[in-house]
Design a protein around this ligand. Sequence first.
Ligand SMILES: [Zn+2]
Length: 375
Amino acid sequence: MKKIIILVGIALLISCQPGQESKIKVYAWVSGKRQVSERVMKAQFKDLKKKGVDGILFNGGHDPETYRRIGKIVKQTGMEFHAWIPTLIQPNNPKLDYELYAVNGLGESAFDKPAYIERYKFLCPNHEEVYDFLEDLYGSVADLPEVDGIHLDFIRFPDVILARGLWEKYGLVMDREYPQFDYCYCDNCVSDFKALTGVDIKSVEDPSGIEEWKQFRYDLITNLVKRLGVMVRSKNKQYNAAVFPGPNSVAKKLVRQEWDKWDLDAFFPMNYNDFYLEGPEWIGTMCKESVEALDGKKPVYSGLFICPDPANKANEPDPEGHGLLPEELEPAIRESMQNGAAGICLFTPGRMTKAHWKVFKKAIYKDYTLVKSVQ
Ligand SMILES: [Zn+2]
């Protein structure tokens, strides 16, 4: 036993040296700031590459030209470049009619009466026009040689139940599904469900008790992912998405994502433990569930939510300002890797403090399979 420990110790020492093959794969979600010059941006991306980031998921609006410009810079640094574009959340757009937005159980449109916050203007996936709009949006970006992949986000319904850590922020007790947060009851969805099952869902007192109604909505999202995937792959691009944790324990229940049925090249579960009032060990539990749900066949990159101001976390009332402290980052990475993740994804590098980067630099060069084998 002693011999094994010594050998492992030596192996760890070797694997801790930057530049070794044992480095874990790291992605980062980055949003664009239009006012930043090309020179400044290049320096920022070079710095991220140097710190150990392998791929950028970049959100820069809908204009393909932005992805061409930024993609070129990112590719020059040697990193992958994926276009991160929200799918079903869409603000006012002359291309989108009012009727295409999702409708809640009270008959209110997400366009003019969105749930929780103003930007929660969700489209209903059950409209051919919504598919056409998204096909055009993602297709025009996937056509660019500078783009390696399409990264979906908000590919879901609005949260019918909010993560526990957000209840106080919105003054809500979400002990069950309430109609004002339950989507979609538009004419298309109601009539299609009736044709499929014979049930008029609007006449049901508690729709949350109808399992087929849940499945119907999982399937609407799954089918949209499938159709867009055919288009993205026809352009020889990678296809992946940011998803809620799980899928069974969180994603299906909160936002109707049955994502283990999605045909993606990679999955990026947002294992944002603070939103669920959980510690870093919960991230490991989530990764295990995700990897098992996918039968280990597709890579899972564990999304980590970073605290931007560690000294003030305890006094910060808004969960958006919470996240992993520097001392929690290594356990979060370890839990992810020891439970089958293929790597991690940072939300966001801009929130990382110097103390975070210091921990990160060591943590990404450890060989976690080796550590696990002797425990
Ligand atoms: Zn609908």
